[in-house]
Unconditional design. Structure first.
Length: 370
């Protein structure tokens, strides 16, 4: 972890727990990402980490024109900000198809993209689109081993799937979508090797499909851990998400990713039930609890060890009588910032250790207007 003081002027006036975004750190992370990508035109980042219009506007101001989403609400948030290209990288099933078509009809200045891994599902989307406007640009979703969505990269079925999907009415097959979260290997050299092998297989399929008469000009590749690996391939778009805000989980695991945690939760010591224990008002209703092991790092007390975590309380152990006094304000870097942000209706914004703004997390809701 970098040696950063996350305290700021006036923090004692805020009720706790409160999620704080440090705008100057976030802007530095954005610039690092763009430099690593070789320019903003190659970026197709995911918005799930922050779900906030203010961050989308920061990215737009720096030349990023493409955004990736998991929900209709996230897509609408991006459209309201004027994003030119919006990819919903999640299967559109049931009412989500209708909502997607309504998005296209309402926000005509944005191009909405879809993904698919099932011909029946894609046919339904194409039929809905055909009755409501121009063809939907879409990407075939690839399963590289996560086994949650996607057409299997192995086994020889991908080429045939692409050729058949490319003939569906109402749709326009544009390329491949590959989120390789299964390649989040800690060792950067091993990660690089695994990504190179995966990319070689994908490019072979791409060549085979194009030889069959279907062009695949768009390749949207990777997530945060594999971002530096894919950045070396100038022929693809890059779709990380977390590192703009960054968290303790990625910072501690991927030391080769030079991004600084830009979010912290302001919390207070509310009890000292024993000499060696203290309790924070930071239960798992205020910080993501999906991570095994440490769910966050107390920046002022890196030696504190979690003892028990419940809905409204987080108990820590300290050696001897070193526990902080009752009422002490502490700052915790979440292990997983994406679901942590979704727990808050808005975030307080600090710049140069001064409280300067409050950003609404509008897309934490499943619906904005559509």
């Amino acid at each position: 972890m970098p040696n950063i003081d996350y305290h700021f002027a006036g923090e004692e006036e805020l009720d706790s727990p409160a999620l704080i975004y440090h705008e100057d750190i976030i802007e530095e992370n954005i610039q690092k990402a763009i430099a690593l990508a070789g320019g903003p035109d190659r970026m197709w980042p995911h918005v799930k980490t922050y779900k906030a219009p203010a961050v989308v506007r920061l990215l737009l101001a720096r030349g990023i024109k493409r955004f990736k989403c998991a929900t209709i609400a996230e897509a609408e948030m991006c459209a309201q900000c004027g994003a030119p290209h919006i990819l919903i990288a999640y299967p559109l099933i049931g009412p989500a198809i209708t909502r997607f078509i309504k998005l296209r009809q309402r926000y005509t200045a944005s191009v909405f993209w879809a993904i698919g891994d099932d011909l029946e599902q894609l046919a339904l989307l194409g039929a809905a689109a055909g009755a409501a406007g121009p063809a939907v640009p879409f990407l075939v979703d690839i399963n590289t081993g996560m086994n949650r969505t996607g057409v299997a990269l192995e086994g020889g079925l991908l080429k045939e799937f692409c050729l058949r999907a490319g003939k569906l009415p109402g749709l326009s097959l544009m390329g491949l979508h590959c989120y390789d979260g299964n390649l989040g290997i800690k060792d950067s050299g091993e990660r690089e090797k695994a990504v190179a092998e995966e990319t070689q297989k994908l490019m072979a399929v791409r060549e085979a499909v194009e030889a069959g008469g279907r062009e695949l000009p768009v390749m949207v590749m990777g997530g945060t851990p594999t971002f530096p690996c894919h950045a070396r391939n100038k022929d693809v778009f890059l779709s990380p998400g977390t590192f703009f805000i960054q968290d303790y989980g990625y910072d501690s695991k991927y030391r080769d990713l030079d991004f600084t945690p830009g979010a912290a939760i302001l919390t207070r010591v509310i009890s000292r039930p024993r000499e060696d224990l203290f309790t924070l008002d930071l239960g798992y209703k205020a910080i993501a609890s999906d991570q095994e092991g440490d769910r966050g790092l107390i920046t002022d007390l890196p030696g504190a060890r979690p003892e028990a975590h419940s809905e409204e309380h987080w108990v820590f152990r300290m050696t001897g009588s070193n526990c902080p006094p009752l009422g002490t304000i502490l700052h915790v870097i979440p292990a997983h910032i994406c679901p942590t942000t979704a727990l808050y209706p808005g975030v307080y914004v600090v710049r140069n250790r001064q409280l300067v703004n409050y950003w609404e997390v509008s897309a934490r809701n499943r619906k904005i207007s559509i």
